[in-house]
Design a protein. Structure first.
Length: 95
């Protein structure tokens, strides 16, 4: 299961705008087939987004969705540098 972590550097006045954009799209993204979680958190100097998907196919569908395009169009212009994206493969250790 893919787990995506995105760090967006923002100016002090733009963090709340970015968080509002993520909040506005959250319900639509969480309702997408294969989404397990989607959260945006304020950090010093920007926002971190963490989301989890049931499969790589579901994650790819999100990346090709209107919701993703909307987030890129609203948040990317606010960024002070290129967002840092990392994709992890979830591993659950046996108990």
């Amino acid at each position: 299961m893919p787990l995506a972590l995105i760090e967006v550097s923002l100016g002090p006045d733009d963090t709340q705008k970015a968080l509002a954009s993520f909040a506005a799209m959250r319900e639509e993204i969480v309702a997408m087939e294969g989404n397990l979680s989607f959260h945006a958190f304020p950090i010093d100097g920007g926002v971190v987004v963490l989301h989890e998907w049931r499969s790589h196919q579901a994650f790819a569908a999100y990346r090709n969705s209107p919701a993703f395009a909307t987030l890129i169009a609203t948040v990317k212009p606010l960024a002070t540098q290129v967002p840092r994206s990392r994709l992890f493969e979830q591993y659950v250790a046996p108990a």
